[in-house]
Design a protein around this ligand. Structure first.
Ligand SMILES: Cc1cc2nc3c(=O)[nH]c(=O)nc-3n(C[C@H](O)[C@H](O)[C@H](O)COP(=O)(O)OP(=O)(O)OC[C@H]3O[C@@H](n4cnc5c(N)ncnc54)[C@H](O)[C@@H]3O)c2cc1C
Length: 328
C-alpha cells in the first residue's frame, strides 16, 4: 500500500483521508489540539462558543448524502433560528429559518463534526509540519527539525500561503497558487450568566465593522449559559489583524453597542480570536483541488471553491477520488 501524509485535520483534510483510507496508509498531521480546523469550539468556564464556522448548508446531493448519518446520530441538527438582517441600524428582514434551505449546526457544538469525521483515522494532534523536503520520498519535519515521517505522497489541506511556506518550489509546480488570497476575521465571544433580551438568534449586519451576531446558546442542544458570538467584517479584520488584541476587543465591544442594546462590561467572559486565514471573498471558478502525479503531491481546501464547510468537504473528497483513480 502507498503511504500518504495529509497536513491538516480540517474538514477538507478529513474528507480526503476518509475517501482514500481503504486504499492507502494515511497519517494526518494537525498542529492544533483538536479536529475540525476552522469548524471550532472554545469552552471557557461554563461557556461554550462556536468561534469559527457558525452553521452550514448542504446544497449538493453528494454532501447531503454524506451528512445523513450525522443527522441520524444527532451529530448535527437543524438550527431554526430567528434571523434578522440589520442594514445601517434598521431591521430590513426578519424570518425564522426552517427547512428551505436547511441550516445545520454540530451538536452539542460545531467541533462535533470534526470529531465524527476523524473517527477511525490516524490523526497526530499537536504536530505542526514545519518543512517538507523531497528526497527519494517526501520527508516531513516538525518545528524542532525532527523527522515526522517519510511518505510516497503528501497532501496539504492548509491555507495557500502557509502551504507555500512549507513546500519547496510549490509555485513552480502550481503557478496559480499566489492568486488565492484569504482574508482575516475576528471572533468576539461574550458570556453572560443571565440571558439578554434580544429579538434574534442570528443577525447579519451591514454598515458596521461587524458582520454577524449570533446567540450561540440558541443553537440546539447547547449548555444553558447565555453566549453571544460576534464576527468582524473581513475587510476590517484584514486591516487590523496585527493590532493589539485588547484594543481590538474594546473596539468591537464599542461597535457592538452601536448595533444592539448591550452592556459588554457586564459580561462574565469576553474572549477574542483572530483568524488570519478565515475566508475567501468570492466563489472561485477554477479547480476544486490540485493534484500532481509526477511529484506525488496534492492540495485541497475551501479556498479552491468558497469559504464554506460544504466546499471544504467537496475539495477534499474529490481530490481523494482522483487520487484513487491514479493508484488503481
Ligand atoms: C470566523 C469564520 C466563520 C465562518 N463561518 C462559516 C459558516 O457560517 N458557514 C460555513 O459553511 N463556513 C464558514 N466558515 C468557513 C469554514 O470554516 C471553512 O470553509 C472550512 O472549515 C475550511 O476547512 P478546510 O479543511 O479547508 O481548512 P481548515 O479548517 O483551515 O483546516 C486546515 C487545518 O490545517 C491545520 N494546519 C495548518 N497549518 C498546519 C501545519 N503546518 N501543520 C499541521 N497542521 C496545520 C490547521 O490547524 C487546520 O486544522 C467560517 C470560517 C471562519 C474562520
Amino acid at each position: 500500500m502507498v503511504n500518504v501524509a495529509v497536513i491538516g485535520a480540517g474538514i477538507s483534510g478529513l474528507a480526503l483521508a476518509n475517501t482514500i483510507k481503504n486504499k492507502a496508509e494515511v497519517v494526518i498531521y494537525e498542529k492544533s489540539r483538536g479536529f475540525g480546523g476552522r469548524v471550532a469550539t472554545r469552552r471557557v468556564d461554563d461557556f461554550s462558543f462556536d468561534h469559527g464556522a457558525q452553521f452550514f448548508k448542504a446544497k449538493t446531493v453528494e454532501f447531503q448524502n454524506y451528512i445523513q448519518p450525522m443527522l441520524d446520530q444527532n451529530i448535527i441538527e437543524l438550527w431554526k433560528a430567528q434571523f434578522i438582517e440589520i442594514v445601517n441600524g434598521e431591521i430590513t428582514n426578519k424570518r425564522t429559518w426552517s427547512n428551505d434551505p436547511s441550516n445545520y449546526v454540530g451538536t452539542p457544538s460545531m467541533n462535533s463534526i470534526g470529531k465524527y469525521m476523524a473517527n477511525g483515522l490516524n490523526v497526530q494532534l499537536s504536530k505542526k509540519v514545519e518543512k517538507i523536503s523531497k528526497e527519494n520520498r517526501w520527508v516531513l519535519y516538525d518545528e524542532n527539525n525532527e523527522i515526522l515521517g517519510e511518505y510516497d505522497w503528501v497532501f496539504s489541506s492548509i491555507p495557500p500561503l502557509q502551504a507555500q511556506q512549507i513546500f519547496p518550489g510549490l509555485k513552480v509546480i502550481f503557478p496559480g497558487i499566489p492568486e488565492y488570497q484569504m482574508l482575516a476575521c475576528f471572533s468576539l465571544m461574550l458570556g453572560y450568566e443571565q440571558p439578554l433580551e434580544l429579538e434574534f438568534d442570528a443577525a447579519l449586519i451591514k454598515g458596521f465593522d461587524i458582520s454577524w451576531i449570533s446567540v450561540n446558546s440558541s443553537k440546539p442542544s447547547r449548555d444553558k449559559n447565555y453566549t453571544l458570538l460576534v464576527h468582524s467584517t473581513n475587510i476590517w479584520a484584514q486591516e487590523n489583524i496585527d493590532k493589539d488584541r485588547d484594543w481590538v476587543k474594546d473596539y468591537l465591544c464599542d461597535e457592538l453597542k452601536k448595533i444592539i442594546p448591550i452592556k459588554t462590561e457586564e459580561a462574565q467572559y469576553i474572549g477574542l480570536q483572530g483568524w488570519r486565514y478565515a475566508n475567501i471573498m468570492k466563489q472561485q471558478k477554477g479547480f476544486e483541488y490540485f493534484l500532481n502525479n509526477e511529484n506525488q503531491i496534492g492540495l485541497c481546501g475551501d479556498w479552491f471553491i468558497q469559504g464554506r464547510i460544504e466546499a471544504a468537504y467537496l475539495s477534499g473528497a474529490h481530490l481523494g477520488k482522483e487520487f484513487l483513480s491514479y493508484i488503481g
